[in-house]
Design a protein around this ligand. Structure first.
Ligand code: SF4
Length: 376
């Protein structure tokens, strides 16, 4: 996967919301999913055409999402078509009675790379409350058992919010016990049914990121984050701190206040992470193209223009791929090309996708220098 990708030309990952139908009623649902499918949903033929267009964009990773993607009858046909072309495909269906062991076996047999399940708390109380459905926790654990029996790689997706912030240690132990290869952490964005008062504070975001970094050193699973671009800044800061501590150049206590950003000379050369509309693109159930499912600005529709044309030429997407034009502190931050803040959260909270990430505590060096000059 070490190939060089120009995110101005092609995304690294495409999320396709194959349907909005879902039997669950999750309290933070981005899609405000409905029990039945929208009659305007992309047809099977349109789906095949879309897969061809995605493949032609340098074969990015393809993720089927929903709603509950299992509510789409031709799901496995679509997946098989993509996999036969040589695409890497994964999906995260809702844990409902629709997910049978036979379906999981079918997914494994056609070559699905990984299966993701949502688990938002370490107990039935926390998870079922989140999912708005009693019994969801037990059902998820039962499905995970099937997956493990089939030896299919498991990803666990967790939305971090006010409701589970205090049980993250316990949650991480459960993720390990369940044999997950990946813990996919999503920091709540207040959009759809996701509410602002359910978000953890900026300082708590920072605490979670520092905890995650320590966890990542010993956990038996990989950790990936979504809507948490500033985790990359924390990882760089922490790595720098560890390195200096290892070399005995500074004491740990001093490291808490040391300005590591100024010590790191290669930030702009760091591996490039994705952001909404920048290496990452979302296609809705009716073909609308958006920077992400959490940043619902329609940039075009695949029924009218090709995905490549929309991705490369939409003025919104072109702007979002230029961190130096962001407003406020993100625009001048020395980390903005590797971080840039979550554009989804910024839009959800401020209504402007170019504003600063409102849930980051970091003060960029340029602003600190300006403040210092002002005080002199
Ligand atoms: S100020 Fe913006 S770009 Fe800088 S670390 Fe925070 S979120 Fe990232």
């Amino acid at each position: 996967m070490g190939r060089k990708i120009d995110y101005n030309q092609n995304p690294f990952i495409v999320i396709w919301e194959v349907t909005r139908a879902c039997q669950l009623k999750c309290i933070h649902c981005r899609a405000d999913a409905q029990l039945t499918a929208d009659p305007r949903e992309l047809s099977h033929e349109e789906g095949i055409k879309l897969i061809d267009q995605i493949y032609e964009m340098d074969n990015p990773m393809l993720v089927f999402t929903g709603g509950d993607c299992m509510m789409r009858e031709d799901l496995f046909e679509l997946a098989q078509y993509a996999i036969k072309k040589g695409m890497r495909v994964s999906m995260s269906p809702s844990a409902t009675p629709n997910v049978t062991k036979a379906k999981m076996k079918q997914a494994k047999d056609i070559g699905l790379s990984r299966w993701g399940f949502s688990l938002d708390g370490p107990t039935p109380e926390t998870h079922d409350y989140f999912r708005g459905t009693p019994g969801a926790f037990d059902l998820t654990l039962e499905k995970i058992k099937y997956l493990n029996e089939l030896d299919m790689p498991l990803q666990i997706n967790t939305v971090i919010s006010r409701y589970n912030y205090d049980s993250l240690e316990e949650m991480s132990r459960l993720v390990g016990e369940l044999g997950a290869v990946m813990w996919y952490i999503f920091l709540l964005v207040p959009t759809g049914r996701g509410q602002l008062d359910a978000c953890i504070s900026p300082a708590e975001h920072e605490k979670v990121f520092r905890w995650l970094y320590q966890l990542s050193k010993t956990a038996p699973f990989d950790i990936k984050t979504t809507a948490a671009q500033h985790y990359r800044r924390v990882v760089l800061q922490e790595k720098m701190r560890d390195h200096l501590i290892e070399k005995g150049e500074i004491h740990y206590e001093d490291s808490i206040t040391t300005d590591f950003a100024s010590l790191h000379d290669g930030l702009k050369r760091a591996p490039k992470g994705v952001n909404d509309g920048n290496g990452f693109i979302f296609v809705s159930h009716i073909g609308e193209v958006m920077p992400s499912g959490l940043l619902p600005i329609v940039c075009g529709n695949v029924r009218e223009r090709s995905l490549a044309d929309i991705y490369r030429n939409s003025p919104v997407l072109q702007a979002i791929r230029q961190p130096d034009i962001y407003k406020g502190k993100c625009g001048v931050c020395e980390y903005n090309h590797i971080c840039g803040g979550s554009r989804s959260r910024t839009y959800a909270v401020t209504g402007d996708y170019l504003e600063s990430e409102p849930y980051c505590v970091y003060i960029p060096q340029a602003l600190r220098q300006k403040e210092k000059a002002f005080q002199q």
